[in-house]
Ligand binder design. Structure first.
Ligand SMILES: [Zn+2]
Length: 354
């Protein structure tokens, strides 16, 4: 009997399990939400999981952080050391990597590029801002989750682009202005709900039909789903709109669609803070893979469950399941350059037209 039999048996389970098994996840933060995420991802056989956390186990973590024990708190063991030990015991097919570090501007890009998806379970806005910026620079998408008191939240920035995290939380609150688990406490049920919401967003993304956006009138670029809940009211879905004045991804503060593209109906825009160009393709990942195979130039490409990533000497092209694509590096200095590069790699019919 297959260890994963019960998830293979759901409708569409074979396809989902294949993608799940291919996915490389970086989990940042291994606390109340992170330990539940890690345990569920490993039990369900995610392909590859890296845990990043520089913290140690404390007595007050034990009521909610499901991988740690009294003896770990007594000696203040590093969280990833204990998490690695406990996750190993689960067994199964997941490859695990434990890194006893915080995410920093120095290590963020390298960590992102080694994974397909980043799951944020940190409790710092500064870490989240760094995750958002690195996502736009590298094209690696992320899912946010958090819990405090009796409330929880999860949001998907998968694939990255607009609206970004900054559209949602524009100003970093002053230190002490918002509560922490230390000041406001946190219920285990809020952590469970946050982890459930984050995994739900990940599964939903993987089950989404490719090129889902093309059935709509315009590219599905200007909205994000945020799941927000509390004990009294339950969970609500909120739509996050792009902020046209956002300094990271906004439209007003930058050159977007040039006249030429406006006339030709091709839709490209430069994401201000990251220097990447965002566009939409009307090809599915199979077709993109087949066109990249026929290319006779110096690019390396890799297909994951979430995207196809091609890295050339002067930048990268990342194509996502929903038709969105990001160009980074020198390719994206201007939107015209980005369009030329895309057409030379994937053909003139690749770009989505209005
Ligand atoms: Zn934004």
């Amino acid at each position: 009997m297959d260890r994963y039999d019960r998830q293979l048996k759901i409708a569409g389970g074979t396809d989902l399990d294949r993608d799940w098994q291919r996915l490389r996840v970086l989990l940042v933060g291994c606390g109340g939400v992170g330990t539940i995420l890690a345990q569920t991802l490993v039990r369900s056989g995610i392909g590859f999981l890296t845990l990043l956390d520089g913290d140690r186990v404390r007595l007050t973590d034990l009521h909610r952080q499901v991988l740690y024990h009294q003896e770990d708190a007594d000696v203040g063991r590093a969280k990833v050391t204990v998490a690695g030990r406990e996750l190993d015991k689960i067994g199964g097919r997941t490859q695990l990597k434990m890194i006893p570090e915080m995410l920093t501007p120095t290590n963020a890009e390298a960590h992102f590029l080694a994974h397909d998806v980043v799951m944020d379970a940190t409790d710092h806005i500064a870490a989240r801002t760094l995750i958002d910026q690195t996502a736009m620079q590298t094209g690696v998408g992320w899912i946010h989750s958090g819990a405090i008191s009796d409330r929880w939240v999860a949001a998907s920035f998968l694939p990255p682009g607009t609206p970004c995290y900054h559209c949602w939380v524009a100003e970093s609150p002053a230190p002490g202005a918002i509560g922490t688990c230390e000041s406001d406490g946190v219920l285990p049920v809020a952590c469970l709900a946050a982890a459930a919401a984050a995994i739900r967003l990940l599964v939903k993304e993987l089950r989404r039909p490719h090129l889902d956006n093309l059935i709509q009138e315009s590219p599905a670029s200007t909205r994000r789903t945020i799941l927000r809940g509390n004990i009294a009211d339950g969970e609500k879905t909120v739509e996050l709109e792009s902020d046209p004045d956002c300094p990271r991804c906004g439209l007003r503060s930058q050159s977007t669609v040039s006249d030429r593209q406006e006339r030709s109906g091709v839709h490209l825009r430069k994401l201000c803070g990251s220097g990447s160009v965002e566009t939409w393709l009307q090809l599915d990942l199979d077709e993109i893979e087949s066109r990249l195979r026929q290319l006779d130039c110096e690019i390396r490409w890799h297909r994951s469950a979430a995207a196809i990533r091609s890295d050339g000497p002067s930048g990268s092209l990342i194509c996502y399941r929903d038709g969105r694509a990001l160009l980074t590096g020198n390719h994206s200095e201007t939107v015209e350059q980005a369009q030329q590069q895309l057409e030379s790699w994937l053909g003139k019919d690749a770009l989505w037209t209005r």
